[in-house]
Design a protein around this ligand. Structure first.
Ligand code: GLU
Length: 507
């Protein structure tokens, strides 16, 4: 085991947009592989055709690209030696394993109709049985290759009757799952049912396909969400019954992402608390419903990486800001928590603010350009760079540079009543030639503008405080925003003059 090259996989099903918890699973797989010089694979588990959602696979690929954790093999990232990586394209490989299990007595054909299964379900439910599904307690009452004669089974198979292949779970056996995060977890087979391994549509179920592919792709560690822990004993048994136990990967089940209370973080929780639960915006192809994404909301990908890295792991030090490379160096499974990880929106914002502050003006400008163009018809990259330089340490989301600072792109359409109240009614005669004065300032640097405004206040016998409030409201429409001299430099004499005159005209 230990001499095998580390190979891990992220194995989502394309049943909808990738949840942010899924991105975290991918990240931990990535970090683990990179730290140990291993491979990280993307496998698409699409054997459940009924749950397939158009566009979901591409969404998964684009999400991984956006956050920058690219697999070295897999769907959308180039074929390695174990292609194909989409289970629907591997479907011919699974049947033999189900047959092998039937031959060795660990699985059986079941011919029960959906009506018979429904009747069984009702009966078990009414009896409040510990296992409310097909299993050791009832299998001998059902229509399968354990209860039918060999001839009957053969004739059914020859006649092309529909069947599934079920695993035969023994009674009262202990199955031990060694989990890197949780230690040894013991399950009793008396609480397990005879899960379907192979379906009547010719497709394997998740369990068989997942184990067969992990084996075929030489996966050494299965790192996945806690919701799969209850499937782990079944997977352990499959490795055992297929004779692959010496190649069985090690398991690590990651804690759930929780909102405030218990349960899994849902889109509804996100909407309620004001943050997306998906990396990218997603439009449901059937309902047309749009789910918001971190990217569109104005998060930087490295902030998202830093946020989710800490949802279930910590480095054991005080350091909180980590680049992806630093995470690779610092990551270890020992520091992954067992308890559910709580999403903290304020903390998420804090990470994003940090990364916006430290991002280059050029990168931010390119990012906001389409939005500035759409909202204000502004596409001058040099100007946008200056805008970003001035505003990047004042916003939580990149889009806010445009959306929360419209005064940078257009004169205020109205003036805040609150700000006007605070301005009061100063003697305006002194402001009449303010725009002319500003126009005459030769050295139009922030420092000199500041001095010049002081001089202006003295000469015209107005209070400096009133002057600053007045100019700020003229420019911004409110008393908020960056320093007045900085705004003047950014917008230039002419624009500032216009705004001052137009505010003055309305007094
Ligand atoms: N296809 C499963 C999912 O959608 C994969 C679980 C696993 O990693 O084994 O999450």
């Amino acid at each position: 085991m230990s001499d095998r090259k580390v190979r891990v996989r992220f194995a989502p099903s394309p049943t909808g947009p990738l949840h942010i918890g899924g991105v975290r699973t991918a990240l931990y797989n990535y970090l683990f592989a990179k730290k140990l010089g291993g491979d990280f694979i993307l496998r698409i588990e699409d054997t459940d055709q009924g749950r397939y959602v158009e566009g979901a696979e591409d969404y998964i690929i684009q999400s991984l690209k956006w956050v920058g954790i690219e697999p070295n093999e897999g769907v959308g990232f180039g074929d390695g030696p174990y292609a194909p990586y989409r289970q629907s394209e591997r479907k011919d490989t699974y049947h033999q394993f189900a047959e092998q299990l039937v031959k060795s007595g660990h699985a059986y054909y079941a011919f029960d109709t959906s009506e018979e299964l429904e009747a069984l379900r009702k009966k078990l439910e009414a009896a409040k049985a510990p296992v409310t599904a097909y299993g050791s307690a009832v299998r001998m009452e059902m229509k399968n290759s354990l209860t039918l004669s060999a001839d009957e089974v053969a004739s059914k198979l020859n006649a092309g009757e529909q069947y599934v292949i079920r695993i035969k779970i023994s009674e009262n056996e202990e199955v031990k799952v060694q989990d890197i995060i949780r230690g040894e977890v013991v399950f009793s087979t008396s609480l397990m049912d005879d899960k379907v391994l192979f379906k009547s549509d010719g497709m394997p179920t998740y369990h068989l396909a997942n184990v067969a592919d992990d084996y075929a792709m030489q996966i050494t560690h299965v790192i996945r969400g806690e919701e799969w822990l209850s499937s782990a004993p079944l997977h352990v048994l499959l490795y055992r019954y297929l004779g692959w136990e010496d190649k069985m990967p090690q398991f690590a089940h990651l804690p759930l992402l929780k909102p405030d209370g218990n349960g899994k973080l849902s889109k509804r929780d996100g909407d309620k608390l004001g943050f997306p639960v998906f990396p990218l915006e997603f439009k449901d192809p059937k309902t047309g419903e749009i789910s918001s994404g971190y990217r569109e909301k104005g998060y930087l990908p490295e902030a998202v990486i830093n946020i989710i890295a800490f949802l279930g792991w910590n480095p054991g030090t005080e350091q909180e800001i980590y680049s992806l490379e630093e995470l690779v160096g610092a990551f270890s499974m020992e520091h992954v928590h067992k308890a559910g990880a709580k999403f903290n929106f304020e903390k998420a914002k804090w990470f994003n603010e940090h990364y916006i502050k430290t991002a280059s003006d050029e990168r931010l400008a390119n990012h906001i350009l389409p939005l500035a163009q759409e909202k204000f018809g502004v596409n001058d990259l040099e100007f946008l760079k200056k805008v970003c330089a001035l505003l990047k340490d004042r916003v939580s989301f990149i889009n806010d540079i445009v959306c929360a600072n419209s005064f940078v792109f257009a004169a205020p359409a109205n003036y805040s009543a609150d700000a006007l109240k605070k301005l009061g009614s100063p003697n305006l005669t002194g402001f009449q030639n303010l725009s002319g004065f500003i126009n005459s300032i030769e050295d139009f640097s922030a420092a000199n503008i500041e001095n010049s405004l002081k001089q202006f206040a003295e000469t015209n016998e107005v209070k400096l405080g009133d002057l600053m409030k007045f100019t700020r409201i003229s420019i911004v429409g409110d008393l908020s925003g960056p320093g007045v001299p900085d705004l003047m430099v950014l917008l230039g004499k002419e624009e500032i003059g216009k705004r001052i005159n137009s505010f003055l005209a309305q007094q």
